[in-house]
Design a protein around this ligand. Structure first.
Ligand code: NAD
Ligand code: GLY
Length: 356
């Protein structure tokens, strides 16, 4: 299997990439300093396709394996579900050397990582992401957490996995809207750091979204490598890591205003990336051609480009709750060019005036 390393000193870890490689998890986990007990956390949607293979590979490598299922859905990324997981781990007599495996999308990954970070003050965990979003974004970098009734991801910890294993064959089971939504984050990497990736996405769009094996592997690997480099530079988001939030200020506002129901995360981010670039044009930071290229790729991918019709006061109200806000200004990621973004500090009024 191909691999890249996320280099974080004593918290470094490999990301393995392959096709149909879920069964190899046991073998590569044997190289870790963990005990013989593994608890796989998954949900019924993912478990029915992949649990058997992952479990068999781990058992063959000599691990004793217990699966736990949590219900499928963002609403279960909650403290009450965390508490249920703690109870189950205690009843399995889990100790500090036991490892958790998160088998699923970003929801399973985030909650499992948070449980691993906090159970007995921290036990090892492994990410096996099965959505495109989780493969290129949430499984790498150590952001773990759950939602609070007052907002998404408000409770959490930075806690790195011991290993990430990506099997791009899992994407063939994914519903198409989930694949397209994850693709918005792929486009994001091109815009923030990699004009060649952006070009490749445009040139090979049909092959990538058609899940051509080599094309997808190349793209997923490239995204993980960009994310790894960003996280290595700024693990705890004290500065530069926030470029990964490109498109997310407006995206989160749209998700909040629509009650998290109308749009998938990637769709909201897609509109947010167009809005951020549009604002960059209006501020004289980038030219119309850049906006045209970004909008065209997003539209071709089947993602929305036009903002929903909320008033500027509605945008202001929800953006004022942004947890990245300080001194009444939001650290906003603007586009200079494809492959090049930077920060600027804007009030919610300045942002919303440009949106509507
Ligand atoms: P998700 O985990 O809800 O998965 C989407 C749907 O696809 C679910 O119904 C899931 O059961 C199903 N699924 C997963 N893999 C499948 C497969 N291979 N085949 C068929 N169905 C499959 O959503 P997501 O988009 O993966 O993740 C969203 C979550 O990730 C959000 O909670 C978000 O906050 C979080 N997130 C975290 C980070 C981070 O850095 N930690 C980054 C981005 C997003
Ligand atoms: N998904 C944004 C980050 O990991 O920082």
């Amino acid at each position: 299997m191909d691999k890249i390393i996320v280099d974080l000193g004593s918290r470094s870890y490999p990301i393995y990439f392959g096709y149909d490689n879920l069964g190899d998890l046991g073998r590569v986990s044997k190289e870790l300093d963990i005990g013989d007990e593994i608890i796989i956390v998954t949900n019924p949607t993912v478990g029915k396709h992949f649990l058997h293979t992952v479990q068999a590979g781990l058992k063959d490598a000599g691990f004793s394996v217990s699966p736990i299922e949590i219900p499928d859905g963002e609403e279960y990324k909650s403290l009450s579900q965390v508490s249920i997981l703690y109870d189950k781990l205690l009843s399995l007599k889990t100790d500090r050397k036991s490892a958790l495996v998160a088998l699923g999308g970003g929801v399973v990954g985030d909650i499992t990582g948070f449980v691993a970070a906090t159970f007995m003050r921290g036990i090892p965990f492994i990410q096996v992401p099965t959505t495109l979003l989780a493969q290129v974004d949430s499984s790498v970098g150590g952001k773990t957490g759950v939602n609070h009734p007052k907002g998404k991801n408000l409770i959490g910890a930075f806690y790195q996995p011991k290993l990430v294993l990506i099997d791009i064959n899992t994407l063939t089971r994914l519903e198409r809207p989930e694949l397209i939504s994850g693709f918005a984050e792929v486009i994001k990497y091109g815009i923030i750091r990699d004009p060649e990736l952006f070009q490749n996405l445009g040139d090979n769009l049909e092959k990538i979204l058609g899940l051509d094996r080599e094309s997808v592997l190349t793209v997923v690997k490239r995204c993980c490598s960009i994310k790894a480099r960003v996280v290595e530079e700024d693990e705890k988001e004290s500065g530069m890591r926030a470029i990964l939030n490109f498109g997310h200020t407006v995206g989160h506002a749209i998700e909040a205003l629509s009650g998290y129901k109308t749009y998938k995360h990637g769709e909201a981010v897609a509109m947010g990336m167009v809005a951020a670039t549009n604002l960059s044009v209006k501020m004289g930071i980038c030219n119309e051609d850049v906006l045209y290229r970004i909008k065209t790729l997003i539209r071709r991918a089947g993602l929305p480009t036009e903002l929903p019709d909320y008033s500027k006061y509605e945008y202001q109200r929800v953006m004022a709750l942004d947890k990245k806000m300080g001194n009444n200004k939001i650290k906003f990621v603007v586009t200079e060019d494809v492959g090049n973004v930077r920060f600027t500090y804007l009030s919610v009024e300045e942002i919303s005036n440009q949106l509507t």
